[in-house]
Design a protein around this ligand. Structure first.
Ligand code: UDP
Length: 240
């Protein structure tokens, strides 16, 4: 059962439930992908049906961003809570380190994925990272082949939205991986090249504000949040 927010169907799961579901998908056969839309991506879906299709085509649609949680509340269909991409990835890696599933890291600037792999292997002893590649390749074919040859069961696809959603929808099955996860800027963080907001900001749901202060050029992207709330409020009016 998905909760509809402006056409995007969100799975109503806690982070732990989401990870259980992720593991089930890894071992259930076939190829699956996970997306973690924030209000900016929901707005992109409204503008472009192709983005909507790639997002709703995912096997798990997790509510990243406090804005989505507010949106669900305003619409009278509250979600259990946020499942940020980074929290999902961290919990999943904990479990993979115990279970022995293999991981490929795809995305970010040259060198970042490799740095991230080294850090993650230290943080999650036992985690099996079987390959990495940066996110600035020209053709999909050789990358798909590299992932397939690595035998990875899980791929973190960090190409930014909506590029990563399109990439997973198109190439997921050909990689042979059971689960692909679209994680935006996570490799920038795992590699240590970008710092996360202090924990207090994270807890208050103000990570976006911290990022805005650090990178004021993101203001254009962030103005999508008020727009999203306007659209949600309009939708509530229609549903009444
Ligand atoms: N990126 C990439 N290939 C591209 C464009 C972007 O690998 O062609 C990477 C970029 O280096 C960054 C990530 O995708 O690591 C996007 O980060 P951003 O913070 O914009 O992602 P968000 O989570 O906000 O979508």
């Amino acid at each position: 059962m998905r909760i509809d927010i402006l056409g995007v169907g969100f799975d109503n799961l806690t982070p732990d439930q989401a990870v259980e579901e992720g593991l089930r998908l890894i071992h259930g056969g076939g190829s699956h992908y996970v997306v973690t839309p924030n209000p900016e991506i929901v707005e992109a879906c409204r503008r472009d049906p192709a983005v909507m299709e790639a997002v709703n085509g995912a096997d798990l649609v997790l509510a990243d961003g406090i804005g989505v949680i507010y949106g669900a509340k305003i619409l009278g269909t509250p979600l259990r809570g946020r499942v940020t991409g980074i929290a999902f990835a961290q919990k999943l890696m904990e479990r993979m380190a115990q279970g022995g599933e293999t991981l490929f890291l795809l995305g970010a600037k040259p060198g970042y994925a490799q740095q991230a792999a080294e850090n993650l292997q230290r943080q999650y002893p036992g985690l099996r990272i079987v390959g990495t590649n940066d996110g600035y390749f020209k053709e999909d074919g050789p990358i798909v082949e590299k992932i397939r040859a690595s035998g990875a069961q899980v791929v973190f696809v960090c190409l930014g939205a909506p590029k990563q959603e399109f990439w997973m929808a198109k190439n997921g099955a050909a990689t042979g991986a059971g689960l692909l996860v679209g994680l935006g800027g996570c490799l920038d963080i795992f590699s240590g090249n970008v710092k996360r907001a202090p924990v207090l900001f994270q807890k208050l749901g103000l990570e976006w504000f911290y990022r805005l202060c650090k990178e004021p050029s993101r203001i254009g992207r962030m103005m999508k949040l008020p727009l999203f709330l306007v659209h949600v409020t309009g939708e509530r009016g229609k549903r009444k």
